[in-house]
Design a protein around this ligand. Structure first.
Ligand code: BG6
Length: 540
């Protein structure tokens, strides 16, 4: 992510080992494989240890991302991948499963992994570096075996990726510490040892603090890479580019000109076989203090002095710190009931027939600082809604006075800048023009930018940048302990168990816009949600 053309961590063995001008001897090099994206160096050599080698995340996201990085020649020839999972199996069998999953994604036109056809040479390159290791996540001997492999004579760089259920985070972290696997040496010249941890990062403030304490008792903050996969999306990273690489937006990016901001992450899919996880988590914990707050942070943060990880993360932390704690009045929860788009949540597998888990959450968030005081940020997310849409709409205030005869100011459509994150990628701007003809009439139009009109499509599952940055030691796109804790402390007021019974969970029909009560949340302020059912961009 960093704009400095990412250099390997100069304090570690990484920089000495990283190939500089040397082109790694990837087998695909001879076969007109795509060149590395301009100016990018391969990541330093390292061993990636994946806990949860047999899991969905490994198959669906990590391996496709590693494969894409291999195609782009951004991995070093010295790379190794060790998959740890319970149950004995041959490396060959693991590799075959991963390959089959990749082929399936490549064939699926709807998936974001649209390589079309797998590049066999690139896959062979990855496959040659795989080793499967049977090991229980709570068994000390498995970690001792790992230590023998990794801490031997040629002690190298290692990234430990926790692609496991949250209940295994602490047991794995403790054992990594106990086995000395996270020691980098005090002089800063040792090999790097990093941990990547996925969400859910805690389930409330207390559990997030506890997890941070555990992590920080065995590793330094600089070794911890807390992933929020939304930050791996180019369209999310582009929010900062839009704001800080253009002169026209920042002057109006403040309370004097902005009326309100809507952040939406709506899905048409239901819980898709994740009933057990979802019953415990719910839409609010699953999406709001993490993904949606990250989007809010990118929109609301002050300009950092540079694109260094700490500079960016400090500014984001300031925003999370300034968020006003939510009260039950600021949120609306919903649950999908049988509707045009399918069955109700309570009829999904592994879901209680009387479940009160929310599959929809809306929140009104306020930022208590000079720039944003009085500008509401409305957040909403949900499953089985009318459309799949992740976007940020920044609505500007009305003009103060209208000089066009017979056109009242209050009939004007407000200017809205929409940053489209998914599934369509780009930005749209709604504004007013004079309509053609002899009469002076004003009408709304839209101007759009679409990524695919300007840039070639890239096979990308969203984890490529995150994995690559982690190997390079760039923490810009990862979350720091303080940011995570501020986010949880903002929402903690609506997460207490005693509120579970008190906070209503309203029904909405599967395939609809969400519960009517969420409309009331905005209507209270004289505003309305942008309709999901409308297309993301308007064309004649
Ligand atoms: C995950 C949530 O973190 O994000 C899922 O656990 C959700 O419930 C997903 O579907 C949405 O991510 P994306 O990238 O598909 O918008």
């Amino acid at each position: 992510m960093s704009t400095k053309q990412t250099q390997p961590d100069s304090s570690s063995e990484a920089s000495r080992a990283a190939p500089s001008a040397k082109v790694p001897a990837h087998p695909q090099g001879a076969q007109a494989a795509p060149a590395s994206p301009a100016g990018k160096q391969p990541a330093p050599p390292c061993t990636l240890v994946i806990f949860g080698a047999g899991g969905d995340l490994t198959q669906r996201l990590l391996m496709p991302a590693l494969y894409n990085l291999a195609v782009d020649r951004l991995l070093d020839d010295g790379m190794k991948i060790i998959g740890v999972n319970h149950g004995e199996r041959e490396t060959r069998a693991w590799s075959d499963d991963l390959h089959a999953a990749l082929q399936k994604f490549a064939a699926d036109k709807a998936s974001t992994f649209h390589a079309g056809k797998l590049d066999d040479t690139a896959w062979d390159w990855v496959a040659q570096r795989l080793t499967y290791m049977a090991g229980e996540f709570e068994d000390d001997t498995a970690f001792q075996r790992l230590a023998q492999q990794l801490n031997g004579k040629s002690r190298g760089n290692v990234v430990f990726y926790l692609a496991v259920g949250a209940r295994f985070f602490k047991p794995i972290i403790e054992r990594l510490g106990k086995a000395g696997l996270l020691d980098e040496g005090d002089d800063g010249n040792g090999a790097f040892r990093r941990i990547v941890i996925e969400k859910p990062f805690g389930a409330d403030l207390a559990s997030a603090r506890d997890l941070n304490q555990h992590l920080l008792s065995v590793a330094k903050e600089s070794q911890i890479y807390r992933i929020d996969h939304f930050l791996g999306k180019d369209t999310v990273q582009s929010i900062l580019a839009l704001r800080f690489a253009n002169a026209m937006f920042e002057p109006v990016w403040r309370r004097e000109y902005i009326d309100s901001v809507q952040i939406t992450a709506s899905e048409v899919i239901g819980v898709e076989g994740r009933g057990k996880f979802y019953e415990q988590t719910g839409a609010f914990r699953d999406m709001v203090p993490n993904h949606l707050f990250q989007l809010l942070g990118m929109v609301a943060m002050e300009p950092p002095n540079s694109f260094d990880a700490e500079a960016v993360r400090n500014k984001k932390a300031e925003i999370f710190d300034a968020l006003k704690p939510l009260t039950p009045d600021d949120v609306v929860f919903g649950q999908y009931a049988k509707g045009p788009a399918g069955v109700g949540y309570r009829d999904e597998p592994d879901v209680a027939k009387d479940s009160r888990t929310e599959t929809y959450a809306a929140a009104r968030v306020q930022i208590d600082n000079w720039r944003w005081a009085g500008v509401p940020f409305y957040l909403r997310t949900g499953k089985r809604l009318a459309a799949r849409r992740t976007e940020i709409s920044v609505q500007l205030k009305s003009v103060p006075f209208l000089l066009f005869r017979d056109t009242p100011v209050d009939t004007l459509t407000p200017n809205v800048l929409t940053l489209r994150i998914d599934p369509s990628h780009g930005t749209s701007f709604d504004f007013n023009v004079k309509t053609p003809g002899p009469l002076v009439q004003i009408g709304p139009v839209q101007s759009s930018f679409d990524y695919d009109d300007f840039f070639a499509e890239r096979a990308n599952v969203g984890y490529e940048t995150l994995l690559y940055d982690c190997m390079l030691g760039d923490q810009t796109l990862f979350q720091r302990a303080d940011g995570i804790e501020s986010a949880w402390s903002t929402v903690d007021g609506v997460l207490h168990p005693e509120l579970d019974a008190a906070l209503a969970v309203y029904d909405y029909a599967a395939g609809s816009e969400g519960p009517a009560q969420a409309d009331a949340l905005l209507a209270r302020d004289g505003r309305a949600w942008r309709a999901l059912a409308q297309p993301q961009t308007k064309k004649k």
